[in-house]
Design a protein around this ligand. Structure first.
Ligand code: ATP
Ligand code: MG
Length: 457
């Protein structure tokens, strides 16, 4: 028998399981800390995305990480990998609500758009970034907390918006310098076309019931389209010979598909039609696409999306069309790392060396001015027993990766000067600079250094 969970007995459990000798706790399996310097690479990518989204007039939307479980069950479909086995769901112990850590963000975006009546004055172009949660077996490119960046255009029925979104992603790869990414494209048609195809598909699969695995048998009537996505080698031949959805599309669906392709062709975006591309969620119709790579093993999809014209209605809104995609941040960064083109973390512009604490007021005054000019400055911090020897301070300056050192020595300060020393050019050239001239001299030195070839990007 389980007792009613309360605030108190959770605290009791924690207390009673408390180790006698403090034992180090670790992060939850599959959920990672992001530490410097790697975090700078995430910021770099996020900055690129913000700039790109702004130039495409997509605006940022932030929704909660926790949503009602029903949103995902209704939105994603009950017979999907995510809803069947990957969701972190729990009961709010204070009011019994069924809640889930979001496994993806489209459902939440749609919920927010409906809740705030955002489509009342026309379509909306939105983007988000943030953590998602899926209970999967952790491996390279697959984590339990991972991060997505997504773009959604809601309220627009036309193929031009499908193409805009695909181009947006393709431009992002270009601006990130990502190579070897292929675009795969398919059309899932409309529900009635899918129904006709489904009937033909079930008949075909039934005729080959002997080779279907357990999962396929289970999905034969609930979600036969997903069977086409199988990775089971002994089912490949049957899947290969199955009726293709594209042959069941009517004129309107084909015209939509052709319009998307025409814009991609005119824009020089290469793609491959993959008639077996179905995507993991139930909510898609018409255009679906994935950007894939061969470099990440079976975690080769870095971005996926498509049109979802019926989801808004399904979540309780007034019917409105929509299309969007989501990319996996870890996979994109992994790929850039693999290519060797991830930018190296850079140190500060200036390291302030403080031989004597008496100089601190002048140090603060000076470095605040540099920072106000946009330069990054790391101040030497004392050890508790004074500021430390010059030797140890220079060692720290070197480790910091700073370009320049500003030395606030007592004698120079008495003359109203500081010493400016280059830390990166080997020769270690140094000069005395009047305090008032420090911002201009430092800026000049930095731009001089920036014009010389550097090892780090
Ligand atoms: P997969 O087939 O690899 O499981 P998916 O179809 O479940 O991917 P989507 O739901 O379409 O993935 O999510 C969009 C993107 O988010 C994926 O292309 C991938 O880059 C990333 N992604 C999905 N699941 C994970 C995960 N567990 N860890 C890291 N990235 C993920
Ligand atoms: Mg998955």
């Amino acid at each position: 028998m389980t007792s009613e969970p309360t605030q108190n007995n959770v605290a009791e459990t924690v207390k009673s399981s408390k180790p006698t000798k403090a034992q180090a706790l670790t992060a939850v399996k599959g959920m990672n800390d992001l530490l410097p310097p790697a975090s700078a690479q995430w910021e770099w990518l996020e900055d690129k995305v913000r700039g790109l989204m702004a130039r495409h007039a997509y605006r940022n939307l932030r929704t909660p990480i926790v949503e009602p479980t029903a949103l995902f069950v209704r939105g994603l479909g009950e017979v999907t990998d995510i809803v069947e086995k990957e969701m972190y769901s729990f009961e709010d112990r204070l009011n019994g609500e069924q809640l889930t850590l979001r496994p993806e963000s489209t459902a939440g975006v749609v919920r927010a758009v409906v809740e705030h009546n955002m489509l009342y004055d026309g379509g909306k172009r939105l983007y988000y970034m943030g953590p998602m949660f899926r209970h999967e077996r952790p491996q390279r490119g697959r984590y339990r907390q991972f991060h997505q960046i997504g773009a959604e255009a809601l309220g627009f029925p036309g193929a031009e918006v499908d193409a805009e979104l695909i181009l947006l992603a393709a431009t992002l790869w270009q601006e990130l310098g990502l190579q070897d990414v292929r675009l795969e494209l398919n059309s899932l048609g409309q529900p009635d076309e899918r129904a006709a195809h489904r009937t033909a598909l079930i008949a075909h699969l039934q005729a080959h019931a002997d080779v279907l695995d357990e999962e396929a048998k289970r999905r034969l009537y609930s979600n036969p389209l997903r069977i086409l996505d199988t990775k089971n080698p002994s089912m490949q031949a049957v899947v290969e010979a199955a009726p293709k959805l594209i042959d069941f599309l009517g004129d309107a669906s084909l015209a939509h598909f052709n319009a998307v392709k025409a814009i991609l062709d005119a824009s020089g975006v290469a793609y491959r039609i993959n008639p077996r591309l179905v995507r993991g969620m139930d909510y898609y119709n018409l255009t679906v696409f994935e950007f894939v790579t061969d470099r990440l093993g079976s975690q080769g999809t870095i971005c996926g999306g498509g049109r979802y014209d019926y989801l808004i209605e399904q979540v309780g809104g007034k019917p409105a069309p929509a299309v969007g995609w989501a990319l996996g941040v870890e996979r994109v960064l992994e790929l850039l790392k693999d290519q060797g083109t991830l930018p190296e973390a850079v140190g500060p512009d200036v390291y302030a060396i403080v031989p004597d604490a008496a100089a601190l007021p002048v140090v603060f005054q000076t470095i605040q001015i540099l920072r106000a000019h946009g330069m990054s400055v790391q101040m030497h911090a004392g050890s508790g027993e004074g500021m430390g020897s010059m030797k140890s301070q220079f060692k720290k300056a070197d480790v910091s990766g700073a370009q320049l050192a500003l030395i606030f020595g007592g004698d120079e300060l008495a003359r109203g000067e500081v010493t400016l020393k280059s830390l990166r050019d080997g020769a270690g050239a140094q000069e005395a600079v009047p305090l008032a001239d420090v911002p201009t001299r430092v800026a000049a030195k930095l731009s001089q250094g920036a014009s010389q070839p550097q090892s780090s990007a």
